[in-house]
Design a protein around this ligand. Structure first.
Ligand SMILES: Cc1cc2nc3c(=O)[nH]c(=O)nc-3n(C[C@H](O)[C@H](O)[C@H](O)COP(=O)(O)O)c2cc1C
Length: 185
């Protein structure tokens, strides 16, 4: 699949078939995480693969009732939870190297995008889920103190496609030479 096609056609999938996914596909999706870029190659990400129905239900219970991804957490055969080790990304000699502090959100975001694109290329659906009670999820998964849960996604064969939310026009978010300048020359 052409990269631009994959980028444009990937959608957030919120309806899943219960059919299991091939182990080979799961490994490819994880391999995509492995090759994501990261701050000084620190690779702060860790992934919890959840297949057990009870654990999926406990994870689903950390989402607010109004989260549109709620049912997908138990429908899909797999939930992948992206965690991150704190104090690695964006740090130099144990001190934050920039005013941004820990860059773990950035690096796990890159890893998640890799994951979602490769899943899509394999015919699998994902939806990034960020709106949940992170502390509760950390308890459910017994995540240690030096690690935090960042985001998660169900993974499985889509039962329905996703709508395509509109994107801004390029002219709305690109400036030239200085912020706010729209003149390309
Ligand atoms: C950081 C992040 C958190 C998100 N959290 C949720 C969520 O909690 N529930 C949900 O249904 N979708 C969530 N989404 C999916 C977005 O709503 C979706 O990506 C956006 O509407 C664009 O749609 P598309 O992915 O189909 O292009 C999240 C996306 C990102 C990047």
């Amino acid at each position: 699949m052409d990269l631009m096609e994959a980028i444009k056609e990937r959608r957030s999938i919120r309806k899943y078939q219960s059919e299991p996914i091939p182990e080979e596909s799961l490994q490819k999706v994880i391999e995509a995480v492995r090759w994501a870029p990261s701050w000084a190659n620190t690779q702060c990400w860790e992934v919890v693969v959840v297949r057990d129905h009870k654990v999926k239900s406990d994870i689903a219970a950390t989402l607010p009732k109004g989260n549109p991804a709620l049912s997908s957490m138990t429908e899909a055969p797999v939930v992948l939870v992206l965690c991150a080790m704190k104090g690695l990304s964006g740090y130099y000699q144990d001190q934050p190297a920039t005013i941004k502090g820990d860059w773990l959100m950035f690096d796990t975001g890159l890893a998640m995008q890799n994951l979602c694109l490769v899943a899509h290329a394999l015919g699998l659906g994902t939806v990034i889920v960020g709106m949940f009670d992170h502390k509760k999820a950390e308890k459910v998964l017994r995540v240690p103190q030096n690690v935090e849960v960042v985001a998660m996604t169900p993974l499985g064969y889509p039962a329905a496609g996703g709508l395509t939310p509109k994107r801004k026009e390029i002219s709305q978010f690109v400036f030239y030479e200085k912020y706010g300048a729209k003149d390309k020359r």
